[in-house]
Design a protein around this ligand. Structure first.
Ligand SMILES: [Zn+2]
Ligand SMILES: [Zn+2]
Length: 331
């Protein structure tokens, strides 16, 4: 099968790999659609402590069941599904205290390698975090389950709904944050560097602030970082009102440290809240929002193409041209 494999920092190539065979409890999916993501570009540029190379790239996909391992019951061949990345065990301390997104066992074997004709889904994901795609939902829209579920998790980390929210970063995640917050009645400002994203921000219910030209946005109840830049984390801690919350949503480079104005954190009673990944219930909720059309991510898709278009799409994504690109098997 054709697969795109990262071989070193900054390097990837198309390879002909053995089609994966499902082990006990596992499924193999035929990839129907997979999305490029800023994370793919980041991993390509700097690698990841938990991901050994070479690795087949890509993690946001919709597929159909092609083969089932022993004990992987409940899914029929040909059924369209969207896998979560992790399969929480349901028994550990994290799972039993409502944090299945953090489950170590769930992250020990993850769904990975969406930029290929076939993808292995680990047994833990099949058991706990694999979701049937409702009827008419398009493959590439269903593949937005992963980023949208992450945003739903981040939203839950806010505790209560803010009346004003500053979203820093105007990529897919920032714009999905805008859509979720707007649905909850928050006045949202999306801050970004590319004025051409203003129209998209408006479509997702937000006002756009060009931070390069206008400086930091005004004071807000809550702010969320979608850049993974510690300088932005600090900027946001200075942009929220006393009593405000900053959600640290973007993952930083390995080894990064962050500095804050300690007095402002203390006397302003600011809450800095981490947010990572999502659990199965959030994955299901995300798919429901996509299926009902309550959140329509299609304006985020700059182009759809074949798997062979991936190098061109990743280069365009790295240059920040389009928000997302979709590759389709057999397209
Ligand atoms: Zn992603
Ligand atoms: Zn667990």
């Amino acid at each position: 099968m054709k697969a795109f494999v990262q071989t070193a920092i900054g390097k990837f190539e198309e390879r002909d790999l053995e089609r994966p065979e499902p082990g006990p409890g596992e499924l193999v999916l035929r990839m129907r659609a997979a999305l490029t993501c800023g994370t793919d570009v980041k991993l390509l540029a700097r690698g990841h402590a938990r991901i050994a190379l070479p690795v087949t790239m890509g993690h946001e996909l919709c597929g159909e069941v092609a083969a089932a391992g022993p004990g992987a019951g409940g899914f029929r061949p040909g059924e369209r599904v969207v896998p979560g990345i992790s399969g929480p065990c349901g028994r550990c301390a994290d799972c039993s205290t409502g944090r299945p997104n953090l489950c170590e066992r769930g992250h020990a074997d993850r769904t990975w390698g969406a930029f290929a004709e076939y993808v292995r889904v680990p047994a833990g994901v099949v058991a706990a975090n694999l979701h049937r795609v409702p009827g008419a939902l398009e493959d590439e829209v269903a593949a937005f389950m992963d980023p949208l579920a992450s945003v739903l998790h981040g939203w839950s980390r806010l505790g209560s709904a803010p009346s004003t929210l500053l979203v820093y970063g105007a990529g897919a995640l920032g714009l999905l944050w805008a859509a979720v917050a707007a649905r909850h009645g928050a006045a949202v400002v999306v801050a970004g560097r590319r004025p051409e994203r203003a129209r998209l921000a408006e479509r997702f219910g937000a006002r756009f602030a060009d931070v390069e030209r206008n400086g930091p946005a005004p004071e807000t109840d809550a702010a969320v970082d979608c850049t993974g830049d510690p300088a932005v984390w600090r900027l946001l801690s200075e942009s929220v009102r006393p009593g405000g919350t900053v959600v640290l949503f973007g993952g930083c480079a390995p080894g990064a440290t962050a500095a804050f104005d300690a007095a402002r954190l203390h006397y302003g009673e600011l809450a800095l809240v981490g947010s990572f990944h999502y659990g199965p219930a959030e994955a299901r909720a995300a798919l429901d929002l996509l299926a009902s059309g309550a959140i329509d991510p299609r304006p985020l898709l700059a182009e759809r193409g074949a798997l062979a278009d991936l190098p061109r799409f990743l280069a365009a994504q790295a240059r920040g041209e389009g928000v997302r690109y979709a590759v389709r098997s057999g397209a």
